[in-house]
Ligand binder design. Structure first.
Ligand code: COA
Length: 356
């Protein structure tokens, strides 16, 4: 019998500091009106110095494991572009802090597409019998890499983490994940990037500059790619699944920009009101974006058993990916999703990430 990965729990975590558009307008040449009308974002949450990606990942992981009704997993996969350190990966630390030392643990780096890539690798672990239960977390703290003087990126990104627990099951049961569609185009390598900190920097002829550590993005080109790549990838995954667009009850696109999500829905022929999203409240949380949106929607009782759900994401690389699933179960009695204070369980010596 073919094995499939079945979703059995979700969780999320946001840092405590809510930053509204007016807070940014006090620091930068921008306005609430500009940010809302160009991006659909009203607020985002930024980690305080001292809070690392692993803190948010642990918070989301704890909640997802509780939601799944059991803490044992064979693997922990963390999708992130802002790991606690360049090396080692963040996942082993997260696993240990969740009491899961011994489980396989690794990071997936596909920026905003990271969670969908991580889901695909986790589904592969389950399909091959390598693991029976996997915790998949998308977590990022972009506030630590944003150029405070760059109004085009500072207003967009927020910090957060979202998580899902997958268990082994059958491909025909509700919650079964897949098919997937994944892709990349390294010709767009420079469009979303942090230039410094990697092995290529020492090949450069000029000495490192302070701005090298900052995130940079070619907004207009990224916008165009995001719509095109997510709509093409969605169409491919729907064809693979044998679903029509009218079968899709909920479209959960990467929460990059409200206007991108609207265009995506229009291109696919899915009514905009079928788009699930929390970008107005959390901004673009990169790898956390899809699981955060899913967890918010599950907690709000929006996702109902049997609802057909399309996930699609786009990010740096360039990368993109999509997956489908049928929502497995009624919402359980949930704690309110936010706030979720990041747990203070970091071991001695693991506090020197780039956020400190
Ligand atoms: N407040 C006020 N004005 C701003 C601004 C801000 N926060 N950010 C940019 N502007 C200005 C620009 O300086 C420019 O001014 P100019 O015409 O005097 O030069 C003007 O607004 C238009 O800039 P432009 O970059 O063309 O705006 P845009 O409509 O493309 O919106 C983004 C900018 C970043 C919101 C948009 O390109 C976008 O959302 N891109 C995709 C981002 C994304 O989703 N990334 C993640 C993908 S994983």
């Amino acid at each position: 019998m073919t094995r499939a990965a079945v979703l059995c729990g979700t969780g999320s975590c946001l840092p405590g500091r809510r930053v509204g558009n007016d807070d940014l307008a006090a620091l930068l040449d921008t306005s609430d009106e500009w940010i809302r009308s160009r991006t659909g974002i009203g607020a985002r949450y930024w980690a305080e110095p001292g809070t690392a990606t692993s803190d948010l990942a642990v918070g989301a992981g704890q909640r997802a494991l509780k939601d799944a009704g059991g803490s044992a997993v064979d693997a922990v996969v963390v999708a992130t572009a802002t790991p606690d350190r360049v090396l080692p990966a963040t996942a082993p630390l997260v696993a240990a802090r969740l009491g899961l030392a011994g489980a396989a643990a690794y990071d997936v780096a596909a920026v905003c597409t990271g969670f969908v890539y991580a889901l695909a690798t986790a589904a592969g672990l389950i399909a091959t019998g390598t693991a029976d239960r996997v915790l998949v977390i998308g977590a990022d703290t972009f506030s630590g890499i944003l150029d405070p003087a760059d109004r085009s990126t500072s207003v967009i990104f927020g910090d957060g983490a979202g998580a899902a627990v997958l268990r082994a099951g059958r491909p025909d049961e509700p919650g079964a994940l897949g098919p997937f569609d994944l892709g990349s185009d390294g010709d767009g390598y420079d469009l979303i990037t942090v230039r410094g900190g990697g092995s290529a920097q020492r090949l450069s002829e000029r000495p490192p500059e302070r701005g090298d550590g900052y995130f940079s993005m070619a907004g207009k080109e990224v916008f165009r790619h995001a719509v095109l790549r997510m709509s093409q990838s969605s169409a491919r995954v729907l064809a693979r699944a044998g679903w029509r667009t009218s079968d899709v009850r909920w479209l959960v696109g990467h929460q990059a920009n409200r206007r991108i999500l609207d265009r995506l829905a229009d291109d696919l022929g899915i009514p905009r009101e079928r788009g699930i999203g929390n970008i107005a409240e959390v901004g673009n949380t990169s790898a956390a974006s899809i699981p955060l949106a899913l967890d918010d929607a599950a907690a709000a009782g929006l996702l109902r058993p049997g609802d057909r759900v399309l996930l699609t994401a786009f990010g740096g690389g360039l990368t993109w990916g999509s997956a489908v699933l049928t929502w497995p179960r009624p919402a359980t009695d949930r704690e309110p999703v936010h706030p979720c204070p990041a747990p203070n369980t970091r071991p001695e010596g693991a506090t020197d990430g780039h956020h400190v």
